[in-house]
Design a protein around this ligand. Structure first.
Ligand code: GLA
Length: 333
């Protein structure tokens, strides 16, 4: 019997920067997906009590997006990219809210890959699972979610440089609690909006060079106003991630809130991935006593808001406190 466990993630700051080689600061959280089973056979069969259905994926699966039920596509994506030597029969369960923007799909992919015998570095695991996500969903996602799930460090956020792929753990101060609040709007990544944003960033980079190295002046030089805004978001967000990580390390808690506010405004106005429900939630949380700052987290278009708060603060009903957790693991009995 093997048990593979992979956490979800919340991104503290640095959204829509990973696929441009930028900086992100996610942390793996203490909500996770577990795959248990017995290796063998030439099929992966996983029952899900949370979904009330079963994934049946042959090892030679040809077209993951056509697999049913929809959650089984992520299992099929891992099988198609990894081509494991043998199958697995077992079950999958999760404490993560599904489709809420806390990377339940990345956690599923990472847990399945480990359960199917993946043996390599956390970075290699993340690359495999990023490909699986792209194959399964058709969304050209970056590497943040899978890398946070694979490489999480208890009590730390992860400063990830998506150019070098260096991962630097940043200790979370005791004086900061991390909360997630679901907007109630399911995160609809699979639409074309994510791919559109990525293509716009590619277009901007084709004109001014890699956005990671670009300055605000470079972004301002773009004649197309839409590309100008997209590039400005990426350039300023990278700066905010660096400043945020420095402030966490130095214990400068007062600097965190304004950086989160500016990040949300940039995602809303320049990158246009927020929706009114998220904007209102961020405003309400930011005005709550004890809250240090709030912003949308992840891709946007729905999903969750992340808020930092002083210990003892009371957030809205439905808010959930999360802790920085260790990355994915495998145990064999
Ligand atoms: C999704 C993607 C990530 C990242 C975020 C936005 O979560 O899977 O790669 O691009 O959106 O920061």
């Amino acid at each position: 019997m093997i048990t593979a466990r992979a956490p979800g993630r919340v991104n503290l700051i640095g959204d829509h920067t990973d696929y441009t080689g930028g900086l992100v600061l996610p942390m793996a959280i203490d909500l996770a997906t577990t795959v248990e089973g017995e290796p063998g056979g030439d099929t992966v069969v996983l029952s899900s009590a949370d979904e009330g259905s079963e994934a049946v994926v042959p090892l030679d699966v040809a077209d993951p997006p056509s697999v049913s039920p929809p959650w089984a596509r992520y299992v099929a994506g891992v099988v198609a990219v990894m081509r494991p030597a043998g199958g697995l029969r077992g079950s999958v369960s999760t404490t993560l809210p599904l489709g809420a923007g806390l990377s339940s799909s990345a956690a599923l992919e990472v847990a399945v890959a480990l359960a199917l015998g993946f043996d390599g570095t956390p970075l290699a695991l993340a690359h495999l699972c990023q490909s699986a996500e792209q194959v399964a969903s058709g969304v050209p996602c970056g590497i943040m979610d899978q890398l946070a799930s694979a490489a999480g460090v208890e009590g730390h956020a992860l400063l990830i440089d998506c150019t070098s792929l260096d991962v630097t753990p940043v200790r979370m101060p005791d004086a900061v609690d991390v909360w997630v609040v679901h907007s109630g709007v399911p995160r609809g990544l699979a639409g074309s909006a994510y791919a559109d944003r990525r293509a716009e960033c590619d277009e901007a980079a084709a004109r001014i060079g890699p956005l990671r190295a670009a300055t605000v002046a470079d972004a301002s030089s773009l004649s197309d106003p839409l590309l100008r805004r997209r590039a400005r978001h990426v350039v300023t967000e990278n700066e905010r991630v660096g400043a945020f990580a420095d402030a966490l390390t130095a214990g400068d808690i007062d600097e965190l809130g304004p950086l989160m506010t500016a990040s949300h405004a940039s995602l809303r106005d320049d990158f246009e991935v927020s929706i009114p429900v998220l904007d209102e939630l961020v405003d309400r949380l930011a005005a709550t006593p004890g809250v240090i700052g709030a912003r949308l987290t992840g891709a946007g278009f729905g999903g969750c808001v992340v808020a930092l708060a002083h210990p003892g603060a009371t957030l809205s009903p439905g808010a959930r406190r999360v802790r920085a957790a260790t990355g994915a693991s495998l145990t064999t009995q």
